[in-house]
Design a binder for this molecule. Structure first.
Ligand SMILES: *Cc1c(COP(=O)(O)O)cnc(C)c1O
Length: 432
């Protein structure tokens, strides 16, 4: 299924003509399809419908409140990794009883805020965190429901920077140490340890690493139960990959069947935390060609989007398909070029050595599969204002985040009194 298709030679997002949208919004901007979000969520939900499961969208993948509200209507909860993300989930109307608080380095302040908000469960990643959560919960006279995130030492066979389930990764508690951690957890006031959590990485293109990890989880649940722990919840994380180029990825159906096989018989309530598989192919990044430049060794297509808007190519060597918004004709021969942004870094590229149909200054390009880990990872490097996000539904569109202005950035900055010549405000002194 694709929601970004050509009609009469022009790329559309659902029923919205992207060139017309670009005229109104200005480039670059992110554009998401509501129908695509709904579709990918439903495909995942259907695939696990036979299981007693909650789907908590990993909102770090795309945390715009309009996207979250779209998924909330379908029954989605949220997996959050910061207080800010929790606030977004609540703002989007997600029931705190469907919010899981994950993350390797939650602050005391964040734990407290999450307890007050009433999130359903904490996925705890270390003994130190457990002690702090216990102290905070106890002070508030509350019980924190906890799953320990265990590290099953499985290689997810994905990009180095998004593998999280190996012993050398910072995430979770080593399986060999986890038994002791559960014993400790049970002894702590304010802690109700009733679950096991896992998340072994992102953009997994094979089921086997999941299968190994979930089998280890099942064995571990057996061990915990023998030790007298009541385990009612299993959190299986996210990580299912998507097709960016030509990857053959497991279907959610196959994934759901494998889950049923490995841990379906444990009598636990399940939580899934998909991110990319819901949002990744539900968004594109629209950009306009500023200049073409012929070098001796290369042709450069300089566009108005850059690594600050979409860092995945730079950070992960990620591939994103790039298409011309005006449909390419069959007879057009491809020319190899680098698609690069205006930022002063050689690492600022969207694609290298990419065969493209004819492109000239002013042409619009669509960078595909940009709905996950796109806008959320953007920065204002080179004082480039954050770009708009637009959500389309049918033939309607809405700007769901406006373009930042340079003034928005400058408004946060101040000259110190010793530079501004101002005698009105005094300089601050601390630690004396
Ligand atoms: C990033 C993350 C996810 C989502 O991963 P995807 O690959 O986007 O599905 C889920 N759970 C945790 C704990 C994460 O860190």
């Amino acid at each position: 299924m694709d929601y970004f298709n050509y009609h009469k030679g022009e790329l559309h997002a659902e029923g919205v003509q992207l060139s017309a949208l670009a005229d109104v919004i200005g480039t670059p901007f992110y554009c998401y399809s509501s129908a695509a979000l709904v579709h990918y969520f439903k495909v995942f939900a259907d695939a696990v419908s036979a299981l007693d499961a909650t789907i908590c969208f990993a909102i770090k993948a795309n945390s715009n409140i309009a996207v979250l509200a779209t998924l909330e209507r379908l029954g989605a909860g949220a997996d959050v990794v910061s207080q800010g993300e929790m606030q977004r989930a609540l703002e989007a109307g997600i029931d705190p009883k469907k919010i899981i608080f994950s993350g390797v380095g939650k602050s005391r302040q964040e734990l407290q805020a999450a307890l007050v908000a009433g999130v359903t469960r904490f996925n705890v990643e270390s003994l130190s965190e457990l002690e702090v959560l216990s102290a905070v919960a106890d002070t508030h006279g509350q019980m924190a429901e906890v799953s320990l995130r265990v590290n099953p030492d499985v290689d997810a066979r994905t990009h180095e920077k998004i593998a999280t389930g190996r012993q050398e990764d910072k995430f979770g508690i080593d399986l060999s140490l986890a038994r002791g951690a559960y014993r400790r957890a049970r002894a702590l006031p304010g802690i109700d340890v009733s679950g096991v959590a896992m998340h072994i990485g992102s953009q997994l293109t094979e089921l086997d690493p999941f299968r190994i990890a979930y089998s280890r989880m099942a064995d571990f649940v057996g061990v915990l139960r023998e030790d007298g722990h009541t385990i009612r919840h299993l959190d299986l994380g996210g990580g299912l990959g998507i097709t960016y180029k030509d990857e053959k990825v497991p279907t959610p159906e196959a994934y759901g069947a494998m889950v049923a096989e490995t841990i379906g018989g444990l009598g636990c309530k399940l939580t899934f935390e998909p991110g990319r598989v819901i949002a990744g192919n539900a968004g594109i990044l629209l950009t306009r060609v500023n200049f073409m430049k012929e070098g001796t060794a290369k042709t450069f297509c300089i566009v108005d989007a850059a690594m600050n808007d979409l860092i995945r190519p730079t950070l992960y060597n990620a591939h994103h398909d790039i298409v011309r918004v005006a449909e390419a004709m069959d007879h057009e021969s491809l020319k190899v070029m680098d698609i690069v942004g205006p930022i002063c870094e050689s690492g600022d590229y969207i694609a290298k050595n990419r065969g493209m149909p004819s492109v000239t200054s002013g042409d619009l390009l669509a960078i595909r599969s940009a709905g996950a880990y796109g806008a959320v990872m953007s920065s204002t490097y080179n004082t480039r204002p954050l770009i708009p996000e637009v959500l389309v539904e049918g033939d309607e569109y809405a700007v769901i985040r406006r373009r930042f202005e340079v003034a928005d950035m400058l408004a946060l900055e101040r000259l110190p009194p010793w530079l501004s010549g101002s005698r009105i405000s005094a300089a601050n002194v601390v630690g004396k």
